[in-house]
Write a new protein. Structure first.
Length: 105
């Protein structure tokens, strides 16, 4: 009999790096302050049978799978740098426009 054990089903959300907000970037930078490596990558096949690589970050009620790309690394580094440079708590938007033209891996 399971008395005091409650299974909480986490909501699972797949997020593309383009859709990351500052809260998600902050969670990623906190979880992976020195970046992520191959052991952190979750791989699955999507509906088109394509292999998709993600890293997972969790909140209390949600498990986010963030699609991995070179652009994600750049976005995390840029966010971390800008976070260290400013002392304000003001929300700033992530500028991904410059990342659009960079090459894919």
């Amino acid at each position: 009999m399971m008395k005091n054990r409650q299974t909480v089903a986490l909501k699972r959300v797949i997020v593309d790096y383009k859709k990351l907000d500052n809260h998600m970037l902050n969670l990623l930078v906190e979880k992976f302050p020195d970046g992520y490596d191959d052991d952190d990558i979750v791989t699955y096949r999507n509906a088109n049978n394509e292999v998709v690589e993600c890293i997972e970050v969790r909140t209390e009620d949600t498990a986010y799978l963030v699609k991995v790309s070179k652009r994600l690394v750049m976005a995390m580094e840029d966010y971390d740098d800008s976070d260290n440079d400013s002392d304000s708590d003001e929300e700033t938007s992530l500028d991904t426009e410059g990342l659009e033209s960079s090459e894919e891996e």
